[in-house]
Write a new protein. Structure first.
Length: 102
């Protein structure tokens, strides 16, 4: 079972957090298979990780965000990890695209 896309993943105003998949996205992923699934999964995960980076940027650019050293350190760590993971997923997408049978 796939959980409700909006359960616990909104800003309190009903708007989904950046990078959270919609019901349509999840249905498209569920309908995909093989290479199409792999590519779609990676594209969605990249979008998801970019959403985390957007939230970090939003936090650090706000007047009171990231002022405590622990929060700032965690935000910087999240941003760095997301960039590394995005680079790896883009590399995997390139490998898939370069594989015969596309």
């Amino acid at each position: 079972d796939v959980p409700d896309a909006s359960a616990g993943h909104n800003h309190g105003d009903g708007e989904l957090m950046p990078g959270v998949l919609t019901d349509d996205d999840l249905a498209r992923l569920e309908a995909a298979s093989g290479r199409d699934f792999d590519e779609l999964f990676l594209l969605y995960m990249i979008r998801h990780h970019e959403g985390a980076m957007m939230m970090v940027a939003e936090l650090l650019s706000s007047d009171d965000g990231g002022q405590e050293s622990e929060v700032f350190g965690l935000a910087q760590h999240i941003d760095s990890d997301q960039k590394i993971e995005i680079a790896r997923m883009k590399s995997l997408l390139a490998e898939i695209a370069a594989t015969p049978g596309s």
